[in-house]
Every structure is written in C-alpha cells, then in structure tokens.
Design a binder for this molecule. Structure first.
Ligand SMILES: *[C@@H]1O[C@H](CO)[C@@H](O)[C@H](O)[C@H]1NC(C)=O
Ligand SMILES: *[C@@H]1O[C@H](CO)[C@@H](O)[C@H](O)[C@H]1NC(C)=O
Ligand SMILES: *[C@@H]1O[C@H](CO)[C@@H](O)[C@H](O)[C@H]1NC(C)=O
Ligand SMILES: *[C@@H]1O[C@H](CO)[C@@H](O)[C@H](O)[C@H]1NC(C)=O
Ligand SMILES: *[C@@H]1O[C@H](CO)[C@@H](O)[C@H](O)[C@H]1NC(C)=O
Ligand SMILES: *[C@@H]1O[C@H](CO)[C@@H](O)[C@H](O)[C@H]1NC(C)=O
Length: 556
C-alpha cells in the first residue's frame, strides 16, 4: 500500500485507501452472512471487485466454502495482486494501439547518486511507453521487467518496476558492485495483452483440460476432468475429503467412479479471436525497450567505504544478486557446495522431501547427478511423474520427490500417486534433520487465482501443524520463475499469471518460519534465457541456497 501512495499526494492517498479498506470490510462482513446461508457457495460472486468476472466462471469452477477469516484473507490477497484495470480501449483493440517496446524508451535518472554513482546508491530509470504508431500511452498496466547487469563480471540484479498509471514507469535498481553496469528493460506484455489474458481466465478457465482412464476387468473408458467442469452431465466428485481441494471427472457411462485408474493432461483449447492473437505475436512478447541515452553507468566504490546498501523506506530490496555467476543473498550468506563431498557432508544424517511440480523435480535430478553416492532407487515410475527416492546409505541421506495433486499437467499419473501436499505433510514425522521443500505454481496458471489461494492455504495449515509438532523441521518454499514465452506458453502459463501467483505465494508464507528460494529474482537477474526449467548454472545456485539453509555458515 505504502508504495502505491509514494509519488502521489501522500496524505490524501492514504486517507482514500483507509476509507476504501473500511468500505470493503463492512461490505464483506455483510456478505459473510449470505455466504454462510448458502450451502454451496461461489465466493467469486461476492468477494471479487473485478466486475469483468463472468457468470460463466461462477457456474463453472467449484470452490470450497470459506470461513469469514479465510474470506477476508482471500480479499486482501486479491487486493495485493490487483493489476491496473483494463485499458480504456474498445474491442477489438487495433494492434497499432498497443504498447510497443520498439517505440518506447527509457532514460537513466539521477536516483540517489549525486552526479556519480557509488555502491550502495540506487539507480532510477524512467520508462516512457508509446504505441505502435508512436503515440504516447496515457494509462498503465503494461507488464515490464528490468535488470541491471555487468556481463564481464557475471553480475546481475533484478530491478523493481513501478507503474505510474499514466504511460510512464520507473525501474529502481540497487547498485551492489563496482564497474560498468548496463540497464535492461523488457516489455513482457502490453496492457492490452494483459486484458486478454485476464479475460481468458474468466471465460475459459478450462482451456487446459484433463482426462482420466477408468478400467474394470476388460471394460475401459476415458472421460474429461477439471476443477472447472460444466456440470451438465453426471460427474464423479473426487474432492479431497481431508483438504477439501476440488476435483471432478465426468462419470463414465459403464463404469463406476471408483474405477478411475489414472490422470492425464488432456490438451489445450485455443479459442482466440484474430485481433487477440495479434497481441501475442512473437515479435511483441518479451521485447527489449531501448535507452534514449547511453544505457551504461560506471559505479564507483562505496562512499562510506563499506559495501552496505542505503536503506530505503520506499523500495523493497532485491533478495540477492549474481556476482561472477554466484548468487549472493542479501541478509544471509550463501555457501558454495562445489564438490559432491561438501554436499554429502552437509546432508549427512538428513532427509530432504521435495514436493511440487517439475521445477522442484529438477532439484532432485540435480542432487543425484551432483552426488554420485546418492543413488536413485528404481521404483519403475515415469521420469515425469515420480515419485522418486534416492539414498546414500553410507551417509544415511534420503532425498524424495513427489508431485502435487491436480490440477497437474502430467501424463498417466496413477490414481494412487495423486496426493495433495497438505496430506503428505500431515503424514510426516519431521524434526531436526528433516527438510521439506515446496514448489507449486505453474500448473495453476489457467485457473481463477482463488483456486491457488485455497490450495496454498491448505498447505500452510499443514506446514503450521508440522512446525508445531516438530519445530526442528526446516521448511523451504521455492518461488515461481520466469520462462520462455511462445503464444501457447503465454496463454497457458504466461509470466504474468506466474507473477500473480508468486505474489500470493510470498504473502501466504510471510511471517512464518519458512525460508524462500527466490527463483523469480534468480531467473530474472541471470544472463541465461528465461526457461520454465532454468538451466544448470541457475539450479546449482538454488541448490547452494538450499544447502546454506540446511547447513548454515558457522556463527551466521
Ligand atoms: C455447458 O454445457 C451446456 C450444454 O452443452 C452449454 O449449453 C453451456 O454453454 C455450457 N456452459 C459452459 C460454461 O461452458
Ligand atoms: C506520470 O506520473 C509520474 C508520477 O506521478 C510523474 O512523475 C510523470 O511526470 C507523469 N507523466 C506524465 C506524462 O504525465
Ligand atoms: C474483457 O471482458 C469484458 C467483459 O466481457 C469485456 O467488456 C471487455 O471488453 C473484455 N476485454 C478485452 C480486452 O477483451
Ligand atoms: C463434492 O464433494 C465435496 C466433499 O464431499 C462436497 O463438499 C461438495 O459439495 C461436492 N461437490 C459437488 C459439486 O457435488
Ligand atoms: C555497455 O557496456 C557493455 C559492457 O558492460 C558493453 O558490452 C556495451 O557495448 C556497452 N553499451 C554501450 C551502448 O556502450
Ligand atoms: C566454488 O565455485 C565458485 C564458482 O565456480 C567459485 O567462485 C568458488 O571459489 C568455489 N568455492 C570453493 C569453496 O571452492
């Protein structure tokens, strides 16, 4: 909230925010009675401020009823991810009116440097957006990312982008090393493209669809499954009785609901109009914005002689930066576990459970590749799904991987392996020597964000129960990361969807005894191209952060 008020009339802004919050609160408390009165509730109807949410979504996606506290938290989370409202353009939006990276520019401003920049200063950049015809943009909502880097030093840091809602944006960077630094600003999607992405989730939350096989004796059938399933024909309700996470399949014609044997990603229904597709041409996705002036700056040694950052009340600090290709976290030390013996020394007598999507399966793969004595036990499971277990008997190390429950875009997952993370955590003893790592984000991109909020809330409750009964357990959350975007990837898994989920993820675990591995910044700050599955040098750095939490530096 505070950062929203910065750069505007401060007091008035705060006053308005307080008033709005109170109105929202009163409105919500009033609506709570309504929710409780109804048996099967779709709180999207009552909580969302986004009027564009269509009736279809409501009848379509099933959510659990919420307690008043959970409903309030959901509302706050929705507010925290709020994106500027739709561009004031009538549809179909002509492609020449969309924000264009090629026509837009950025300028380096003075920031906190006074004529010269020193380590510890902040560098500020003003980004001015134009449309494809070169006319200045008058409103915000573009999705812009920024980083500052020195290729020769293998150094990079993520910048913080602020939307002024008038066609201009600022990017703020912390200057953390000496030398020549280069500013890089990238337009991921125009505000017009974002409006289409937002509408897609409202209108086609089932654009990725799933299916299940059913079999009994010699009879087999296949039906469609989803959280958002048009209930115009009989369904099997696979909602988890313990966590309440919803899941449905159409009932097979001949077989019973108990005959479900596997789960698979079905496919993707692309349903864009021609004008919409033009907003996602590869020539406009993730395009660099050029500097209007010289984009390089020389950073001098820190004035105070110490490499301390100037604390700022305005901008949130980055969580770390790369220097010579090595990730340095701010506020904690990342040790380098360069050899397999250093890694086994750290993991000796320990258990690491990895739960989530393929981005955490990568860690399992990295660990068994980097530690030859950690042997992957052959459970004859598919390379995509797992579950996996690896042992180093000499050092008494165990590492496991298990995927999260549906929605899950994996193929042929046996029903018995469809497990919810919250339930798995409830089955853990935990304690000192046990590390739990969670990574759950990318399979939720196409759904209303409420589904993700509910899932995380259930996981958080299970984490709290685990930490309560076994306080020594180490819990680590790997955040979302940026990825390469084609048209298909954008519609099903855009970084914009990931960003929204990443904000929810961080908020959900804030203030708990849970550590983050900031995959978002680690993928943004690095020179390697964005990838759903970041390349080995980035994974190696993530594993060093993980091991530094498990085996913290002495005295640190
Ligand atoms: C559900 O299916 C019915 C019948 O096939 C169709 O008329 C209706 O539009 C569908 N609703 C949605 C939200 O897809
Ligand atoms: C946009 O808003 C920012 C912050 O309030 C201000 O500094 C800038 O001058 C404005 N730009 C235009 C073109 O109005
Ligand atoms: C999004 O959906 C709303 C409601 O149907 C519609 O008014 C608006 O024009 C749509 N926006 C875009 C960019 O398609
Ligand atoms: C599905 O089952 C859950 C748990 O029993 C129940 O709460 C929910 O209302 C059911 N949903 C539908 C659409 O039948
Ligand atoms: C900025 O510096 C980098 C080296 O850090 C160099 O490769 C690049 O050419 C410079 N850019 C300009 C416009 O001089
Ligand atoms: C580990 O590797 C990094 C990167 O290659 C190197 O900078 C560092 O000096 C190495 N550290 C140790 C303790 O070997």
């Amino acid at each position: 909230m505070a950062s929203i008020c910065k750069n505007r009339q401060g007091t008035i802004c705060y006053f308005i925010i307080i008033c709005l919050s109170m109105i929202t609160l009163v409105y919500m408390l009033c609506s709570l009675d309504v929710w409780q009165a109804q048996n099967r509730v779709d709180y999207i109807t009552t909580t969302s401020r986004d009027n564009t949410k269509s009736k279809m979504t409501q009848s379509f996606c099933s959510f659990q009823p919420l307690s008043p506290e959970d409903a309030l938290e959901t509302q706050l989370l929705l507010d925290s991810t709020a994106w500027p409202k739709d561009p004031p353009l009538s549809v179909p939006i002509p492609v020449d009116q969309i924000s264009s990276a090629a026509k837009s520019t950025f300028t380096i401003l003075q920031g906190t440097g006074r004529g010269q920049w020193h380590v510890g200063d902040q560098l500020k950049v003003l980004i001015t957006m134009y449309d494809l015809r070169g006319r200045p943009k008058k409103f915000g909502g573009d999705f812009i990312i920024a980083r500052l880097h020195s290729p020769a030093l293998g150094a990079g840091v993520a910048g913080q982008v602020v939307d002024h809602l008038n066609g201009s944006y600022s990017a703020v960077f912390y200057l953390l090393w000496e030398g020549t630094v280069q500013v890089e600003v990238t337009l991921v999607h125009s505000s017009e493209a974002i409006a289409v992405l937002r509408n897609l989730t409202n209108k086609q939350p089932d654009r990725i669809y799933f299916q299940s096989y059913f079999r009994s004796g010699s009879v087999s059938e296949k039906t469609m499954c989803n959280v958002c399933l048009n209930m115009t024909q009989p369904v099997c309700n696979y909602t988890d009785l313990h966590t309440g996470d919803p899941w449905f399949c159409y009932k097979p014609k001949k077989l019973s609901c108990h005959a479900r044997i596997s789960h698979s990603k079905g496919g993707f229904k692309e349903n864009l109009k021609d004008w919409e597709r033009k907003l996602f041409d590869k020539s406009v996705i993730k395009v660099a914005i050029q500097a209007s002036t010289y984009p390089n700056v020389t950073v001098l040694p820190s004035k105070s002689g110490q490499a301390e950052m100037q604390k700022s009340s305005v901008n949130s600090e980055p969580s770390g930066y790369y220097y010579q290709g090595v990730w340095r976290a701010l506020g904690s030390t990342v040790l380098q576990f360069n050899t397999s013996s250093a890694m086994s020394e750290c993991l000796k007598e320990k258990v690491v459970h990895l739960y989530g999507d393929s981005t955490i399966r990568q860690w399992f793969e990295h660990l068994i590749a980097a530690m030859p004595d950690l042997k992957d036990f052959n459970l004859h499971n598919s390379k995509q799904n797992g579950p996996f277990m690896a042992f180093d008997f000499a050092n008494n190390i165990m590492v496991t991987y298990r995927c999260h429950g549906p929605p899950l875009r994996f193929m042929d997952v046996p029903t018995g392996d469809l497990r919810y993370i919250a339930n798995e955590l409830d089955g853990l003893k935990g304690g000192a020597g046990t590390t739990v790592v969670l990574s759950i984000w990318s399979h939720f991109s196409t759904f209303p964000i409420e589904l993700y909020i509910q899932r995380l809330r259930g996981i958080r409750k299970a984490v709290l129960r685990l930490l309560d009964r076994s306080p020594g357990t180490l819990v680590i959350v790997r955040t979302a990361n940026l990825k390469a975007l084609t048209l298909f990837e954008t519609l099903t898994n855009s970084d914009w969807y990931s960003l929204q989920r990443d904000k929810v993820l961080r908020a959900m675990f804030r203030g708990l005894k849970v550590h983050l591995v900031d995959a978002w910044e680690m993928s943004l700050a690095h020179h390697l191209p964005h990838s759903l599955h970041p390349q080995p040098p980035i994974i190696k750095n993530m594993i060093n952060v993980l091991l530094s939490y498990i085996c913290p530096p002495k005295g640190g």
